[in-house]
Design a protein around this ligand. Structure first.
Ligand code: NAD
Ligand code: UDP
Length: 338
């Protein structure tokens, strides 16, 4: 299949591009490099020995995107092109709603105009909200989100579901990611946050490499086994392989199909710190700080549906995730700017 990866130069998109190319698919990427570098795509080409058709384009720009759809015989779209910093979304909600929702609408309009019927969406566990019991199952009603970023995911899921309900030939897969960490085992591609990282694993990696002094663990008074929050961390290459399964499934399965992509096993912040130290034989300086607003104490996936229906299951261990994160960070202390 020929697959358009909107936002495909980013963290999850670049690893998915690699997995798709290695599975024999053709990859077209459209990215405005707002939070990415074309170097990631060059490295994917080097690792796979296969070319990627790459466009610098804003996915909100209908004319630019129509050109891409017309120049390529696209079979399926995967929409990664979102803004994703939770804290920033609270400060700049309009920026988040505009970018995330406009990109989705533009892709749907271009697909309608060119007859492309398959849409895979990067959704998030955040749509389950605080109301649901743990572990989260796809059949649960979605909850209320605690920030504008989460609401954009919630709204985009709704827009996509409505668009697909109106066109019996359209197929939609909503992939609800849990917490992707790690990097390709080569250490050539990985997560390259701009500025001070918001997420746990890049923060730990930057402490390890000496760019940051210490990690602040946000809260150790939660009602969890060690008092720190628990999440379902998943290796980004497992997540990438989940996308390969989704694109190979989608065409024969009309309507909206939802899959959790997680491991089903939670780890606490402290367990992550300890696992990173053990896997890489180093020490991470940390201290406990106050809770971060909006954090839920714990959540993880019920990952049975993806296993049963897609034949996908996460195979990489927490040790793999910690080793590969560090392998990427130590080889690229300044990310793709090195
Ligand atoms: P990322 O920031 O690395 O990738 C997003 C990519 O989209 C970047 O390359 C960015 O430059 C591009 N982009 C953003 N707006 C664009 C626009 N208007 N036009 C063109 N390109 C644009 O983030 P990621 O971690 O790879 O996440 C990919 C998707 O998965 C996002 O939609 C994110 O919300 C979702 N997601 C991520 C996580 C996570 O923890 N990383 C968890 C759940 C869901
Ligand atoms: N976290 C932390 N210190 C940091 C960054 C994150 O203690 O500097 C914690 C955060 O409170 C959460 C977990 O690590 O419990 C994962 O946070 P992240 O931002 O990576 O993902 P989220 O689950 O919020 O999407």
């Amino acid at each position: 299949m020929k697959i358009l990866l909107a936002g495909g130069a980013g963290y999850i998109g670049s690893h998915t591009a690699l997995a798709l190319l290695n599975s024999g698919h053709d990859v077209v990427i459209a990215d405005n490099y707002y939070n990415a570098s074309p170097e990631a795509v060059r490295r994917v080409e080097k690792l796979t020995g296969k070319p990627v058709t790459l466009y610098e384009a804003d996915v909100q720009d209908r004319d630019a995107m129509m050109k891409i759809f017309k120049e390529n015989d696209i079979d399926c779209v995967i929409h990664f092109a979102g803004l994703k910093a939770v804290g920033e979304s609270v400060k700049k909600p309009l920026f988040y709603y505009r970018n995330n929702i406009d990109t989705t609408l533009t892709l749907l309009e271009c697909m309608e105009a060119t007859g492309v019927k398959n849409f895979v969406f990067s959704s998030s566990a955040t749509v389950y909200g605080a109301e649901n019991a743990i572990p989260y199952v796809e059949t649960m009603h979605r909850g209320s989100c605690s920030n504008p970023y989460g609401w954009t995911k919630y709204m985009m899921e709704q827009i996509l579901t409505d668009a697909v309900a109106a066109d019996p030939d359209m197929n939609l897969v909503l992939l609800r990611y849990f917490n992707p960490i790690g990097a390709h085992e080569s250490g050539m591609i990985g997560e390259d946050p701009k500025g001070i990282p918001n997420n746990l694993m890049p923060y730990i990696s930057q402490v390890a490499v000496g760019k940051l002094d210490h990690l602040t663990i946000f809260g150790n008074d939660y009602d969890t086994p060690d008092g720190t929050c628990r999440r379902d961390y998943i290796h980004v290459m497992d997540l990438a392989e989940g996308h390969v399964k989704a694109v190979e499934y989608i065409a024969d399965h009309p309507g909206t199909n939802i899959f959790n992509l997680g491991t089903g096993t939670p780890y606490s912040v402290l367990e992550i710190v300890k696992a990173f130290e053990k896997a890489n034989d180093l020490k991470i300086k940390y201290e406990f700080g106050p809770r971060r607003a909006g954090d839920l104490p714990e959540f993880w996936a019920n990952a049975d549906k993806a296993k049963k229906v897609l034949g996908w299951t996460a195979t990489r261990t927490l040790e793999d995730m910690c080793r590969d994160s560090w392998n990427w960070q130590k080889q690229n202390p300044n990310g793709y700017r090195d």
